[in-house]
Design a protein around this ligand. Structure first.
Ligand SMILES: [Fe+2]
Length: 358
């Protein structure tokens, strides 16, 4: 059950937060496009909710927030999972939504790009509202193949006879890149970056690049002296290993070492190895997870392996020893190492499970 709807104060409160985010977009054209898209989707969502006997305010809120991360960071990958993750603390801390409502809003945001399946009423409202906004802002726009049936169905539901053109499917380059040695690329990138002596302060542009994925206002404070995992995330992304900022239902974000360990041990990955187990030896492009290296905590530090021999590994680390600068140096292979992550070169993020954000 959706909680009682007394006023639209919640929608107004969300708008204040979205406006604040929009103001942080430097380029005026981008800012306007973001506003048009968010308001458009929000309005269509509200209309569809009313038509389908759902709560229009909640649908409008989901629409207003559905691309929050994309516009906040300028990062287009995984708009659903990343926006849901960025919105999660916002709608929790605002204290105006029941848990059920939070779940409804977050799931609608999360599944926005999943056209291959149908979900609950609000998820479908946001997907349909997105397609309607795309179509009605310019009806000569070519509709992506995956959205054609959805648009046809929703126009039919609204008894609108609309004509539209389908986007011509251009063979994506991704196929060519399947055989790419991304682990090698990861090591190359980490080697260049770590060798630059990046300092973990907001005044260092390279540090800001590493932090840009994390939408929190206090991110520089949060990551100060603890950006080893953020460095790995940034390097992985540059190398083409793309992941949302948190694996769905994961306990941690990839800005923390725990998330890497958790993700690498999933049944769908299985990338985690102990040294010398089944003949495993660390290689260039592996990710090393340390154990109680700098604290009493397990898996308290992470780096990228550049090479290894019987005694040592050469590593590239952001935030060497938590002293807030990046570095390349040797560590003992048999000293406080929990294990290694070897990402499959062909790995592509794909989540088909049930997203439960709370
Ligand atoms: Fe959108």
């Amino acid at each position: 059950m959706i909680g009682e709807r007394t006023t639209n104060k919640r929608l107004e409160s969300i708008k204040v937060i979205v406006h604040e985010m929009l103001l942080s977009i430097d380029c005026m054209v981008n800012r306007q496009e973001a506003a048009v898209h968010l308001y458009g989707v929000s309005t269509f969502a509200s209309m569809l909710a009313m038509k389908r006997g759902q709560n229009p305010e909640l649908a409008a809120i989901a629409g207003m927030l559905h691309d929050y991360y994309v516009f906040k960071t300028g990062i287009n990958e995984f708009p659903g999972p990343n926006s849901a993750e960025a919105v999660r603390p916002i709608i929790r801390d605002i204290g105006m939504f029941t848990e059920e409502e939070q779940r409804t809003v977050l799931r609608s945001i999360f599944y926005q790009g999943d056209g291959s399946r149908s979900h609950g009423p609000y998820e479908e409202i946001v997907k349909d509202a997105n397609v309607l906004q795309l179509y009605f802002q310019n009806t000569s726009y070519r509709i992506p193949g995956i959205d054609v049936n959805r648009l046809r169905n929703v126009l039919g539901e609204l008894e609108i006879v609309g004509e539209f053109k389908e986007e011509i499917n251009i063979e994506k380059e991704t196929k060519l890149q399947l055989n790419e040695d991304k682990r090698r690329k990861l090591a190359d990138i980490a080697e260049v970056l770590a060798g630059q002596d990046i300092i973990g302060v907001p005044g260092d542009e390279r540090f800001r690049e590493i932090c840009k994925y994390w939408p929190d206002a206090s991110i520089y404070k949060v990551l100060k002296n603890s950006w080893c995992a953020a460095f790995v995330y940034h390097s992985c992304r540059q190398a083409g290993f793309l992941l949302p900022i948190r694996y769905p239902n994961g306990i941690h974000r990839f800005a923390g070492v725990g998330a890497w360990l958790e993700w690498a041990q999933l049944p769908e990955t299985g990338f985690f190895h102990h040294d010398e187990q089944n003949g495993f030896t660390p290689q260039r492009g592996d990710i090393v997870i340390y154990d109680k290296l700098l604290s009493d905590h397990s898996h308290d530090h992470i780096g990228i392996v550049l090479s290894g021999n019987e005694k040592e590994i050469l590593v590239a680390e952001g935030n060497r020893d938590n002293k807030n600068y990046s570095s390349i140096f040797h560590r003992e292979r048999r000293h406080r190492i929990l294990g290694y992550i070897r990402i499959d070169n062909s790995y592509q993020y794909h989540f088909s499970g049930d997203y439960n954000p709370l």
